[in-house]
Design a protein around this ligand. Sequence first.
Ligand SMILES: [Zn+2]
Length: 277
Amino acid sequence: MPEAPEVETVRLTLDPLIRGKALGTPWWSFLPLRNRVPDEASFRFLVGRPIRGTSRHGKVLFVHSETGGLVVRLGMSGRCLVQAQDAPLAPHTHLRWPLAPGETELRYVDPRRFGDVRPFVDEEDRATVIAPLGPDPTTLDQPAVAQAVSLALRRTRRSLKAALLDQALIAGLGNIYVCEALFIARLSPFRAAKGLTAPEATRLLAACHQVIQDGIARRGTTLNDYVDAEGRQGDNQHHLFVFAREGDPCHTCGTAVRRKTQANRSTYYCARCQRAR
Ligand SMILES: [Zn+2]
C-alpha cells in the first residue's frame, strides 16, 4: 500500500512528464473507485488547461492546473502512470487523460479500486482535503511541528502503532514505515502512547522523519505492486529492518523478528530491541 515515500516518488517522476501539458477529455472504465463512479462532467473544466505542477500531503497527490486540478489517492493498489497513448492498457486501467502536445497520456490503474481520483476546483476546495490530516512526516524535523505532534501523541491511550497510523496525527505513515520507525526508536508497537516520556516521543518522531526521508531517497518500497509514474519499482524493500522479515535475525541483536496481528494488520518487531517495559 503506497505510503508517503511511494506517493512522493510517484509525484517526483510524474511531474516532469506532465508539467506544461494540457489535459484532454478523460476516458474512464465506468467502474466505481473507492466511493463512486467518476463523473466526466465534473472533470470538464480541466480539459484543455495546462498542468502547472504537482504537490503532495501525506498519501494524497495533487495535480495542479491553472485553477483547480486533480486529487489522487492511490488507496491500496493504485498506480498513476504516464504512457504512450497507443501503449497496451494494463488490466484495471480506470481513467485515461490524453496529454497535449505529444502522444502520451496519464493513466490511473487500480486492481482493488480503493483509490480515488477526483477534481478540486480551487485552493479552498483543496484545503478541505488537507484539513483533516496531520502534518506531513517530512516536516517532523521542524521543532514546532514535532512538539505539537509529541503533545497529541502523548495524550492518546491507543498503542503507539495505532496512533502513528492515524492520519489525523501524522499524515503519510502506513504499516511499513510505522514498523520501521518503532524499531529504529527501540519502542514496542504495543506500548500505550500515553506512557511515552518526552525524550521517547522526540526519538520516535525523529525516527518517523528518518524512515520517510530514507524511503523517498530509495524511491519507495516495492513489496507487491507499487511502481512510480514510469513503471519502475522502488529500492527500499532491500533496506527494511523488521517489516516482512518474520523469522529473520534482527540486524541489531540477531533475535528472530516477530510478527503479531494488531488491529487486523501485521506488526513486525524485535522483542529484544523493542521491549514493552
Ligand atoms: Zn533486535
